[in-house]
Design a protein around this ligand. Structure first.
Ligand code: B12
Ligand code: SF4
Ligand code: SF4
Length: 358
């Protein structure tokens, strides 16, 4: 039997240590199964809303609950690191010659930053638990890529609530939190679950350019610009090309319009996520000419590097086709003979759009 006075004291110190590691939100939840969460994940997958993200389906039984991944887990420690922007994420809407990169990808890759901080925190916890006489404490750390439902776990731990746009909204940090989780064998006292504060607001639902919400709290990823520009390989379906506008990597529209962001202060953001000067408002003309080496050099340390040059240039071509900018015609035309057939097809489309518009 673990002494709760010991775990409570350890929990209080862990909260302070998490802050020292740059986390602005931390909460604790039991590692218990939740039939509602499990059912909703199943419904989402059965509706095919995950599109070609087969990895969501492959490990659904593991993803649905901490216990199904790791029966020994007792607690979930949910953590949030802020990336609140200093600028208006929608500012480039009326500048079709510029490329819009979503806020989360304008600075350093959060996978690296959050994972490193989680690992340091985990090492601290094991050492301190031992010092308190808790033997054989085990834990696992996660950010994004593991089969873990970080948003509902974050809500269960009191970090915020899943808004109608499906992301976790925090009363203090709005929509701008990266999430991470630690599963551990220490039975920490749980915090109170956060409740929904969306009320009658529908701002995120009406802001979506591709109508990706079949209903509040439900996202059809196949229609989401984030999915289409990052996860989706192959040609972007015609029906979404115009609506994508000049968004070349991810999308912030449903997050940016959320009224809770007025409480978010960019001073709380981790400096690693501050926008790189060259990614705030890059010229499409400069991005269209990137070859493989140029792409890798430009996006080293950035989450953008993972989509590779071909998918990136494909996205830039969709934006160029929407731009009606004469100066983009030459670089677009050069790409019609690109060795990658998806790039060449997007270039044909963009060229015909530019020709019709000019
Ligand atoms: C797959 C994925 C995507 C997919 C699908 C998104 C989605 N909504 O599922 C795509 C590629 C589209 C995507 C996009 C983005 N993503 Co993403 N993504 C993930 C990932 C890997 C898994 C999410 C998941 O489990 N989806 C499955 C569905 C079933 O889960 P769900 O959204 O929680 O669904 C719940 C609701 O629908 C709810 N529900 C259903 N019906 C009802 C009814 C009622 C009444 C209620 C109340 C609730 C409810 O219950 C479901 C289960 O909890 C997580 C990381 C992780 N491991 O958790 C990051 C993650 C969610 N992504 C993140 C981010 C930042 C983004 C983008 C903002 C990036 C960008 N700027 O382009 C966009 C946002 C788009 C959006 N509006 O969601 C962050 C979100 C942080 C936060 N504060 O919430 C995460 C947590 C990564 C991280 N570690 O920080 N993402
Ligand atoms: S990220 Fe953009 S495309 Fe995706 S749901 Fe939000 S507003 Fe719609
Ligand atoms: S925009 Fe409105 S409905 Fe959407 S998450 Fe924010 S408060 Fe909720």
């Amino acid at each position: 039997m673990v002494n709760s006075a010991v775990t409570d004291a350890l929990k209080a110190r862990l909260v302070e240590q998490a802050k020292a590691e740059g986390f602005v939100a931390i909460g604790f939840a039991p590692a218990a199964d939740d039939p509602v969460r499990t059912r909703r994940l199943r419904e989402w997958l059965d509706a095919g809303h995950h599109g070609t993200m087969g990895w969501m389906e492959d490990r659904a039984e593991v993803r649905q609950s901490p216990k199904s991944m790791w029966p020994e887990a007792q607690s979930v420690i949910a953590l949030g690191m802020a990336y609140t922007p200093e600028h208006d994420p929608l500012a480039l809407e009326a500048h079709p010659d510029k490329a819009r990169i979503s806020v989360y990808a304008q600075g350093r890759d959060y996978h690296d930053t959050v994972k490193k901080a989680l690992k340091r925190l985990a090492r601290w916890l094991v050492a301190e638990a031992e010092r308190e006489g808790l033997s054989d404490v085990q834990l696992k750390v996660f950010v994004d890529t593991a089969p873990v439902m970080e948003k509902p776990l974050g809500q269960a731990a009191g970090l915020g609530w899943q808004g109608k746009h499906t992301n976790l909204v925090s009363r203090a940090h709005g929509s701008w939190l990266f999430l991470g989780a630690i599963y551990c064998t220490v039975p920490f006292a749980p915090d109170e679950q956060e409740v929904d504060h969306c009320g009658s607001c529908t701002d995120c639902q009406t802001a979506c350019p591709t109508h990706a919400f079949p209903a509040p709290y439900k996202l059809d990823a196949r229609r989401c610009i984030s999915y289409l520009t990052i996860e989706h390989k192959g040609p972007i379906p015609d029906e979404f090309r115009e609506a994508i506008g000049n968004r070349i990597y991810g999308c912030d529209d449903c997050l940016a319009v959320c009224p809770w962001n007025k409480f978010a202060d960019s001073a709380a953001a981790n400096r690693a996520f501050a926008a790189r000067e060259d990614l705030l408002a890059p010229d499409l003309a400069d991005l269209l000419v990137l070859d493989d080496a140029g792409f890798r050099a430009m996006f080293s340390g950035s989450p953008i590097k993972r989509i590779g040059r071909d998918r990136f240039v494909r996205n830039c071509l969709i934006a160029a086709g929407n731009s009606a900018e004469g100066k983009l015609k030459a670089p677009v035309e050069a790409l019609t003979s690109d060795p990658d057939p998806v790039v060449a097809e997007a270039a044909d489309w963009a060229l015909s759009r530019l020709t019709a518009a000019l």
